[in-house]
Design a protein around this ligand. Structure first.
Ligand code: ZN
Length: 363
């Protein structure tokens, strides 16, 4: 079972099914009803808030063969709707700027824009993680945006709208997606459990929602994983165990960068988890606790006894191994530094800065 199975299966097929984004859906619906179609939209918001889902719904509505002029929902039955639902529509081009071949995306965009749609009214480009596009790709787009062919619609989705060039920002219609609240996510998880026949403890679903920090996709994916591990019986304890394991793995990767004094990777890591919406104070506390364990093991392996309550035996093996990456004075310096960072995190105007400074000076 893929981790995203629930996300795909329960992805909204109509605007009405989208959770808690009325401030986006309402104006979009109005524009569709009145035929006021823009050539470029910007959907911004945290991950898992529904940006690409709504982008697809908009694409579907624009190209639906049965949608009447006073309606905004697509029919989900015509060839175009069916093709989009199956992910094989020729006139909907989805580009993930974060992973697509950097050199090729500009060229293929330029080529692609030239040709009118194959079988629909509009040729629609959804560009995910748009802030990661190359300068060449932006230049190619800008030319099109200045004089867009009547059939082209771009939908940019991004977690970081401020990183888009001003020349692009000034040409898009912008929609800001809200972070979902806890209760919305919990009720969505609950409804999936009921439909799938999964047993659950209320507290377990709350924990999943809290851990996913307002991202529905993360919450659904976690639910899928835990349901699989627990044979469809989700308890609070099973959620705690899995979250603990995920956290341990995340911190472990960061500790390797520290041990190898790899500044670049360490800085990238911090900025990535911040982008993902991870609470840096929580993260730092976990790093401190992890480094503390390594320090104890360095002082004497027999101190491992103290840690047995806090770490599984697999985790202890990893901790012992990682102790070799550090000499004791370096470890002590790092621990002192991360204690300072904990204090600085409460006051800094730029959340990642205390880490960046610490990593730059200590590694
Ligand atoms: Zn349709």
């Amino acid at each position: 079972m893929s981790q995203l199975v629930f996300y795909r299966k329960y992805r909204p097929q109509t605007f009405a099914q989208v959770i808690n984004q009325k401030n986006v859906i309402k104006p979009l619906a109005n524009a569709l009803i009145h035929g006021q179609i823009s050539h470029a939209y910007l959907f911004s918001g945290l991950r898992g808030t529904g940006k690409t889902t709504v982008a697809r719904l908009l694409a579907k509505a624009l190209n639906c063969q049965n949608r009447k002029s006073n309606e905004f929902e697509s029919c989900n039955q015509c060839d175009s709707c069916k093709a989009i639902n199956l992910g094989n529509a020729l006139d909907l081009i989805e580009i993930d700027a974060a992973s697509s071949g950097r050199v090729d995306d500009a060229r293929s965009l330029r080529e692609n824009i030239k040709f009118p749609p194959v079988s629909s009214k509009y040729k629609i480009f959804i560009i995910d993680e748009a802030h990661q596009m190359t300068k060449d790709a932006f230049d190619a787009l800008l030319k099109t945006l200045e004089e867009p062919p009547s059939y082209v619609v771009f939908i940019f989705a991004t977690t970081e709208p401020d990183k888009l060039p001003a020349t692009i920002l000034s040409r898009v219609e912008r929609y800001d997606f809200k972070k979902l609240n806890l209760d919305d996510i919990i009720s969505c998880l609950k409804s999936i459990c009921k439909q799938e026949g999964i047993k659950f403890e209320e507290e377990a679903l709350r924990l999943i929602a809290v851990y996913s920090e307002g991202g529905l996709r993360d919450a659904q994916s976690l639910l899928g994983q835990i349901s699989l591990i627990t044979n469809q019986n989700i308890t609070k304890k099973s959620v705690e165990d899995l979250i603990g394991a995920i956290n341990f793995e995340r911190i472990r990767r960061f500790i390797v960068f520290l041990g190898k004094k790899d500044k670049e990777k360490a800085l990238e890591f911090i900025n990535n988890i911040f982008d993902e919406g991870y609470d840096l104070e929580v993260f730092n506390r976990e790093v401190l606790n992890y480094l503390r364990k390594i320090l104890l093991l360095k002082i004497s392996p027999s101190l491992g006894k103290i840690l047995e309550k806090e770490a599984t035996s697999d985790e202890m093996t990893i901790l012992f191994k990682q102790a070799d990456l550090f000499d004791t004075p370096f470890l002590e310096k790092l621990l002192k530094r991360f204690i300072e960072i904990q204090v600085q995190l409460r006051r800094t105007p730029i959340p990642t800065l205390p880490f960046e400074l610490g990593i730059s000076e200590e590694l």
